[in-house]
Design a protein around this ligand. Structure first.
Ligand SMILES: Nc1ncnc2c1ncn2[C@@H]1O[C@H](COP(=O)(O)OP(=O)(O)O)[C@@H](O)[C@H]1O
Ligand SMILES: [Mg+2]
Length: 164
């Protein structure tokens, strides 16, 4: 879906999420794995929207740590956890210092981007941040005007299998 959109816009979308390890990690995460992909999709669509022709959007998922914790002492069972990071990086218009302060505010679309962003609702980022935080995760952003933007989503989730 995004590949099609990116080609249409004359952009390069480089997804490193088809790497076996990353996919296995997402696949094995307990709960609704679609939730993670939906969050990811929100950030990717922003990057595509705010990157000009010839630019590049890179998506990667990294496994940071895997743990086995004895939660159920009676049954001696181990619960497996996985800490992972989703990174969405673009070479787009970037966000100003002022913009970064208001980035996650509900309904907020930055003044600096008004022209290219007539259709947005300004809700995507604030909702995604809230959902990630409810899941115990953190969203971080680094951006330079005219250079690009990088979002990091750090998450920890229960998993069925340790990925080796
Ligand atoms: N990758 C990005 N590069 C530049 N600006 C961005 C990026 N992602 C988000 N923004 C800015 O943050 C605002 C809020 O994003 P979002 O909540 O997803 O709203 P929407 O996409 O509906 O405008 C956007 O309107 C835009 O100004
Ligand atoms: Mg959006």
């Amino acid at each position: 879906m995004f590949k099609y959109q990116a080609t249409d816009l004359g952009l390069t979308l480089e997804a490193e999420i088809d790497c076996e390890e990353s996919l296995a990690c997402i696949r094995e995460v307990f709960g609704d794995k679609r939730r993670y992909l939906q969050i990811l999709a929100n950030f990717i669509s922003n990057s595509l929207k705010f990157t000009d022709k010839g630019g590049k959007v890179t998506v990667s998922i990294l496994i940071l740590e895997q743990q086995e914790i004895k939660e159920d002492i009676e049954n001696n069972a181990l619960q497996k956890y996985i800490k992972f990071k989703m990174i969405i990086k673009d070479t787009g218009v970037g966000i100003s210092q002022e913009g970064l302060k208001n980035l996650f505010v509900d309904f907020n679309k930055l003044e600096e981007n008004q022209q290219r962003n007539t259709s947005g609702t300004g809700l995507g980022l604030s909702i995604c941040k809230r959902i990630v935080e409810q899941m115990g995760g953190v969203v971080k952003v680094e951006s330079t005007l005219g250079v690009g933007t990088e979002f990091h989503i750090d998450l920890r989730a229960k998993t069925k299998h340790i990925v080796t």
